[in-house]
Design a protein around this ligand. Sequence first.
Ligand SMILES: C[S@@+](CC[C@H](N)C(=O)[O-])C[C@H]1O[C@@H](n2cnc3c(N)ncnc32)[C@H](O)[C@@H]1O
Length: 379
Amino acid sequence: MAEEATLPHPAGNIASEPTPTQQAASPDAAQGPTAAQEGDGVEDMSDVSHDGDEDPAALEIDDDRDSGFTGDDGVSTTTSIASSMIRGHIENGRKYNTLRDDYWGPSDDQQFEAMDAGHLLYLMLNSDHHNMLFRSPVSNPGHVLDIGTGPGTWAIDVADKFPEAIVHGVDLYPPPNSWVPPNCYLEVEDVTLEWTWQHRFDLIHMRLMLGAFNDEQWGEVYRQCHDNLNPGGWIEQVELDVRVMCDDGSLPPDSLIAGWGQNFLDCAVRAGRSLATQTTMGSKIERAGFVNVHEQLFKCPIGSWPKNKTFKEAGRINFHHWSSGLDGWAMSLLTKFGAPQPWSADEVRVYVAKVRRELQNPNLHIYHFTRRVWGQKRR
Ligand SMILES: C[S@@+](CC[C@H](N)C(=O)[O-])C[C@H]1O[C@@H](n2cnc3c(N)ncnc32)[C@H](O)[C@@H]1O
């Protein structure tokens, strides 16, 4: 069913499904790829084709290296209070959009920094591919849409790569970029409302939209994607697994990092907006009518521990992604849906500081999974 061959990756990072040797960091983790196989309510992905079948346990550890951890977590201190007050509302020191009060992520300089690091991470992990931006076999797109574009970095890169295309990026708040290519439009819209674009797209992309929608809204978003694509057009979605894993026991099961993922999966269930999007998107995309659905699962190292040069660099970038993202990922969900009762902002800050310190331990050989799904609207 796969349309294009996946190039062999330097260290066999591309996985079809995790093997039993890949331990979930949280011992009682109930969701995710392994749970999906056990049929615990996670939707069946058996019709989805899997690209790449090399052993994902093959991320080799570099024993002979300088520590990639400088102790500088790279957290930006440049957030402008003045612009925060003009746009968005402030909560616990973070700025949030004003269109929807049920989206958990901040929209401020610190979170944009994390999003940009995430963008670099996925470019790096796709550097073996002729197109690092997407896998859909779209070579000459007319119109492209990026849903939840954040700072618009993916949309801008696609506009630069395809100067003949018109690229739209849409989000709940105005993007921080003052300059974008002339063929790129960054717009403010809530995509759960009826779309009003006057033309159809050849590619619709989403990345890291986990927890943005409830089940019904996801169904509607995929329906609108399908309705607004040209026949033969593609949808592509990239989502990460919030659980941190390791294959060699280097992550103590009683560490905060080990419990991190499950903590947020549970918060999201209480919020009614699952963060396990990576396990459900494939079947939802198929249910929306897409065909030729492909899937790729790959490991994203955190820290510079891998031996392979590409993964080492990706791990460094991902460390920065986590370090700058932690506070924003945690604050809203834990202060509203933390257990046994909502946490105070200070409790969240202390937790995040401890997790950040754990992340700086160079002896941890940790990673998380990311899943990419792409599928086509019938011609
Ligand atoms: C985690 S960020 C990911 C940003 C970007 N796609 C990336 O990969 O860096 C998710 C984005 O989705 C946006 N978002 C959430 N709900 C949305 C909605 N209903 N309509 C439009 N954008 C939304 C958020 O504001 C946020 O910028």
